[in-house]
Design a protein around this ligand. Structure first.
Ligand SMILES: NC(=O)c1ccc[n+]([C@@H]2O[C@H](COP(=O)([O-])OP(=O)(O)OC[C@H]3O[C@@H](n4cnc5c(N)ncnc54)[C@H](OP(=O)(O)O)[C@@H]3O)[C@@H](O)[C@H]2O)c1
Length: 256
């Protein structure tokens, strides 16, 4: 994998700069900022023509290295925040405790695996799935105060912890960030989907975007990586790093 930015080596574009990145080197490169403030990072993949999924899944746009970085970002996070539709369509499972991250996580005061936090208004989720019945740490459900009481009861019975982060049926995205941070879950990672990510963008709480640009085109009318109502003024980001492997670009942008 080549590091194209920051340019630390003038041969960055040559085969000579192509090197194996160890897990530790990648984890260092993607480390969260120090400090007590919450930091919300998104990890998404897009085709060249802007598709955020193909036939309902992101896997056709992904690659082995993309999945490796996906795993690194999870290994660094306190919490993975994900929309209910992505959980339903992508068959989410609990996050694994990976031996390779054990020392790093212990040193950072983190549990062995990140907590999964599912954002849902309906709580129309299959609570018999391992995501809810077998996690290392109870899966969180972020919902609104008006969530259906019977679904909240089913969720709790299954072992999930239900957190209220909105006054109505839905979650207020900024409040979700604050509620998680108040539980000590500061290093936040959202894996989408586009409807959820669009709300984090619109609320002005997305700090960083790790976007994989997949060297594919899909045409069609697939969602982009962020949907929902447009923001009044486009939010500006600046590039923090750019890696390349097999034509896939692993970009990392920070909000200015
Ligand atoms: N390209 C990528 O990197 C990437 C990443 C993730 C997913 N995807 C793809 O994106 C698709 C799914 O994404 P999506 O945008 O349709 O859905 P999504 O954002 O994953 O989930 C939408 C659902 O989340 C819940 N939700 C969202 N905002 C909420 C709020 N403010 N308050 C309460 N609940 C809220 C609702 O759940 P309830 O209906 O339960 O109320 C809503 O139906 C899949 O095809 C997946 O493969 C792509």
């Amino acid at each position: 994998m080549r590091q194209l930015f920051p340019v630390t080596d003038m041969t960055a574009f040559s085969a000579a700069s192509d090197r194996e990145w160890s897990l530790d080197a990648l984890a260092d490169a993607y480390a969260y900022p120090e400090g007590d403030a919450p930091w919300l990072r998104a990890n998404m993949v897009s085709s060249l023509d802007g598709a955020g999924q193909h036939e309902g899944r992101s896997q056709p746009l992904s690659s082995e290295t993309d999945m490796r970085i996906f795993g690194i970002l999870r290994g660094l996070a306190d919490v993975v925040v994900v929309g209910a539709e992505t959980v339903r369509l992508e068959g989410y499972r609990p996050a694994r405790a990976r031996e390779a991250f054990a020392d790093r996580r212990a040193a950072a005061g983190q549990g062995p695996a990140p907590v999964l936090a599912v954002v849902s208004a309906s709580l129309n989720l299959d609570f018999s799935l391992p995501l809810f019945t077998e996690p290392l740490v109870p899966t969180l459900i972020l919902t609104g105060a008006a969530a259906p009481a019977e679904r909240v009861a089913v969720a709790r019975e299954a072992g999930a912890e239900v957190l209220i982060a909105g006054d109505g049926a839905g979650v207020d995205p900024a409040r979700a960030v604050a509620v998680l941070a108040a539980r000590g879950l500061r290093r936040q990672l959202t894996e989408g989907g586009p409807r959820l990510l669009g709300q984090f963008v619109a609320a002005g709480v997305l700090d960083e975007l790790c976007l994989t640009i997949s060297p594919t085109m899909t045409a069609g009318d697939a969602q982009r990586i962020a949907g929902g109502p447009a923001v009044a003024v486009p939010t500006r980001f600046q590039v923090a790093s750019l890696l390349e492997q097999d034509g896939f670009l692993f970009t990392r942008y920070r909000r200015i």
